[in-house]
Every structure is written in structure tokens, then in C-alpha cells.
Design a protein around this ligand. Structure first.
Ligand SMILES: NC(=O)c1ccc[n+]([C@@H]2O[C@H](COP(=O)([O-])OP(=O)(O)OC[C@H]3O[C@@H](n4cnc5c(N)ncnc54)[C@H](O)[C@@H]3O)[C@@H](O)[C@H]2O)c1
Ligand SMILES: [Zn+2]
Ligand SMILES: [Zn+2]
Length: 405
């Protein structure tokens, strides 16, 4: 079968690989009808989140049709259309039972403290091949596959695999509730769902920040007040918009490939922090393989976090869903202490939220398809990756469609 395979930093290929088979009794084999490219995949290829093993299939977002189930899968049958949770749980350990699927004790064969189980991810997150392929093996299928009604299309379902539950989790851990003022840092696909989820959880105002005008337009269409950090200083703007008090809640939907301002008043400040940021990049992305402007690590890993922290009200809460590597130690802890802030972070507990979010999609309360801007054949995956890596205008979220029949 065809699959997008990680060869090395800055080097991926569309390769012919072996089809997966059932390995464990709780496995299912899914024929992928739609996969997607995620900002997380970019961290792996840029080298800012290390540990991908050459030869591994990329991708953790998928929708498909169950082909075969193991003897311990009693809730699904071949022919069922499903969305695959990007975060895998075993469904039986104490963490899964409490809804903390991202901290499952069993799903990752490398051990309970190795990392959140996820397909197509760095090896410490488990040996699971990814979903940018024609077929995939899904472990603990009873817990990680969710049957889709016919009324929900693949384009509506693919955001439920990762970006919607992640955005929702961001709003949960940032303590967004009725009447709150929330900021969302990053208006990529995850940020878009963080904005929508903050409103769903009752936020009175959502202020969204990015440096790309086209992404800010999507944020504004969802009801956010938008700030372009290449035009104004985002911290000053948020303080002005909130009578000098700041936001109650902040969601970091940027992660380690954070950028500094390249123009406007914040660019001046960035020049003063240039050396600090260069040191951060050097330590975080010890290896990278930038080519012709592609696969370039973000130039200011702690920038989004420091703006988010700086613009919080006293006693405010920061929820971090943007991904940072385990070794990252650049965090503005002093301001957190000085203003009695709360910081929560993590990989989303997707199996906990997918059923609820799916029912909102099914009932028409939310149409997640509006964030999906591209649907490309799997054959064109490499070109699509390159556009998404550059955040080219209009390339907000890319779905890939294997051409199997
Ligand atoms: N925790 C989880 O479970 C989970 C799941 C999925 C994705 N993620 C992470 O969420 C993050 C976002 O994912 P995505 O697919 O939307 O990625 P993306 O790269 O498409 O989006 C990131 C956005 O942040 C913007 N940005 C860069 N620097 C900024 C700054 N200083 N301030 C504000 N905005 C800035 C970029 O312009 C871009 O629009 C990534 O780190 C990804 O790995 C986490
Ligand atoms: Zn993802
Ligand atoms: Zn578990």
C-alpha cells in the first residue's frame, strides 16, 4: 500500500509499504478514507519534537472503514465507518477510567511513563504506524474507534480525530467558563477549535492572536476579536481591550515552532530578545534539516507562552495544548509565580470528548468542515505537506484521501 513515510529530518516520502495485520486481539484494521496533516507532524519533520524513527508511517488523524477486528473487539464490525482517536488509550487502566486517556498506563508498550500513545509519532509514544496510508492497525479498537452516523461526512469527521478534541481540551484546562475573557494563541487548525470551544464553554469574549491574516479571518468569522502580532504588540493590545486587567484564561495553541514578530512594534522587542531565542532554538532543535525555507524550526520557542502569560489577569489560567518536547526548559515561570497564575498542559484526552463533540456535529450545532480548506489525493501528499509547512495563504487544514476503492 501507499503511505507517507518519515525518512529523516526534512525528508519524507510517499512509499510502497506492507499492509498492516491484526497483531493483538483488541486490534482493528481500518481502511483509511480520509487522513489529515497536523501541525504536530511539522514539529517532527522540522526536528523541534525529536524521536521519529526512520521508516515510520506519519499521521495520527484518520477516518475510515473497519476491515477486520480482533477477537476482543465486540462493539464494531467490518463495514462500520469510524473516526480514529489520535490519542490512544487502553480503556481499562485507572487513568483511562478517570478519563485521562493521554496518560494511559498500558497502551504504550514502552511503559507507563514513556509517553502518550499516538500513531505516527516519535518512538517514545509507541511503535504505532501512522494513518497517512491506505490501511492502519488501531490498538484497543473498542476504546479508540468511534462509529460515525451516515449523516456525518468524512470532511466533518476528520477534525474529530484530533484538532477539535484538542481545542476543546485547551478550553477545559484553561478553565474557560461563563462570562470569562479568553485569549487563544495561534489560529491554526487547533486554535480555530480552541476559539469555538471557548465560546461553547461560555466565554463572553475570545481574543485570538496570530501573525497570518488569512488565519485571523477564520478566527473572526467564529466570533473572536483578532490581533495580528505583526501589526500591534499583542500584550499591549489585550491589556487595552480589557481595561488593563488582562484575560482570565489563555490557551496556547502554537507550540514549540512559535515565531517572533517580524514587523510592527513587537518586532522591536523581538530584536532585543534575539539572542535568547536563538539559544532556545539551538538547544531545542539540536538537529534540523532546513531546505529552501522548508522545515524551518520556529525562531522563538517561548514567544507564545510568554505573551500568553504576560497578558493574563492576576490569578488567571494558562492551558497549553501546543506541543513542546519533553526536554524543553524555557518557560516564563517568574511571572507565573508573581501573579499567582495556574498553568495546565497536556495531550488531549480525546476518547473522553469525541462522543460529545460528535453529537454536536451530528446535530448541526457545529460544522467542523469549515476549517478544512484542502482535500488532496494521498498521491499529492508531499506537495501538500510543503504548502502546510509554509502556512501558505489559504492552507489552513489539509485532508488527504487515499485512492483505494
Ligand atoms: N496537545 C495535543 O493533544 C495536541 C494535539 C494536536 C495538535 N497539538 C499542537 O497544537 C499546536 C497547533 O497545531 P496546528 O495544527 O494548529 O499547527 P499550525 O502550525 O498550523 O498552527 C500554529 C499557529 O500558530 C501561529 N503562531 C506562531 N507563532 C505564534 C505566536 N508567537 N503567537 C501566536 N501565534 C503564533 C502560526 O502562525 C500558526 O497559525 C501544535 O503545537 C500541535 O503540535 C497538540
Ligand atoms: Zn493532529
Ligand atoms: Zn489505559
Amino acid at each position: 500500500m501507499k503511505a507517507v513515510v518519515f525518512h529523516g529530518l526534512g525528508d519524507i516520502g510517499l512509499d510502497e509499504v506492507a499492509e498492516p495485520v491484526i497483531e493483538e486481539p483488541a486490534d482493528a484494521i481500518v481502511r483509511i478514507t480520509t487522513a489529515a496533516i497536523c501541525g504536530t507532524d511539522l514539529h517532527f519533520i522540522r526536528g523541534t519534537v525529536p524521536g521519529m524513527k526512520p521508516g515510520k508511517i506519519l499521521g495520527h488523524e484518520g477516518v475510515g472503514v473497519v476491515e477486520e477486528v480482533g477477537s476482543q473487539v465486540h462493539n464494531l464490525a467490518p463495514g462500520d465507518r469510524v473516526v480514529i482517536s489520535a490519542v490512544l488509550g487502553c480503556g481499562s487502566c485507572s487513568f483511562c477510567r478517570e478519563g485521562h486517556f493521554a496518560q494511559c498506563d498500558n497502551i504504550n508498550p514502552y511503559g507507563p511513563r514513556s509517553g502518550t500513545g499516538s500513531p505516527g509519532s516519535p518512538e517514545q509514544q509507541g511503535p504505532f504506524n501512522g494513518l497517512q496510508a491506505e490501511y492502519a492497525r488501531v490498538p484497543s479498537a473498542h476504546t479508540n474507534l468511534f462509529r460515525l452516523p451516515d449523516s456525518v461526512s468524512d470532511a466533518q469527521a476528520i477534525p474529530l480525530a484530533d484538532i477539535y478534541p484538542t481545542g476543546y481540551f485547551g478550553a477545559v484546562i484553561a478553565d474557560v467558563s461563563d462570562g470569562k475573557v479568553a485569549t487563544v494563541w495561534g489560529c491554526g487548525p487547533v486554535g480555530q477549535f480552541a476559539i469555538r470551544s471557548a465560546f461553547e464553554r461560555g466565554a463572553a469574549r475570545v481574543i485570538a492572536v496570530d501573525g497570518h491574516a488569512d488565519r485571523l479571518e477564520y478566527a473572526q468569522a467564529a466570533g473572536a476579536e483578532v490581533i495580528n502580532f505583526n501589526e500591534v504588540d499583542p500584550v499591549d493590545a489585550i491589556m487595552d481591550l480589557t481595561l488593563g486587567i488582562g484575560a482570565d484564561c489563555a490557551i496556547d495553541a502554537v507550540g514549540v515552532d512559535s515565531e517572533s514578530a517580524k514587523s510592527g512594534p513587537a518586532a522591536k522587542q523581538a530584536r532585543g530578545q534575539d539572542k535568547m531565542h536563538r539559544d532556545e532554538v539551538r538547544e531545542i532543535a539540536r538537529k534540523s534539516n532546513e531546505q529552501d525555507g522548508h522545515w524551518k524550526p520556529g525562531d522563538a520557542p517561548s514567544q507564545a507562552q510568554s505573551w500568553a502569560i504576560e497578558s493574563l489577569a492576576k490569578m488567571g489560567t494558562l492551558g497549553i495544548v501546543g506541543v513542546y518536547p519533553m526536554a524543553d526548559r524555557f518557560f516564563p515561570i517568574g511571572t507565573v509565580l508573581g501573579r499567582n497564575l495556574t498553568v495546565k498542559a497536556g495531550n488531549g484526552n480525546h476518547p473522553r470528548y469525541i462522543p460529545k463533540l460528535l453529537s454536536m456535529v451530528e446535530s448541526g450545532v457545529v460544522n467542523p468542515e469549515e476549517v478544512l480548506t484542502q482535500q488532496e489525493p494521498l498521491d499529492d501528499a508531499l506537495a501538500a505537506y510543503r504548502e502546510f509547512d509554509l502556512r501558505s495563504p489559504g492552507w489552513l487544514k489539509v485532508a488527504l484521501e487515499p485512492a483505494t476503492t
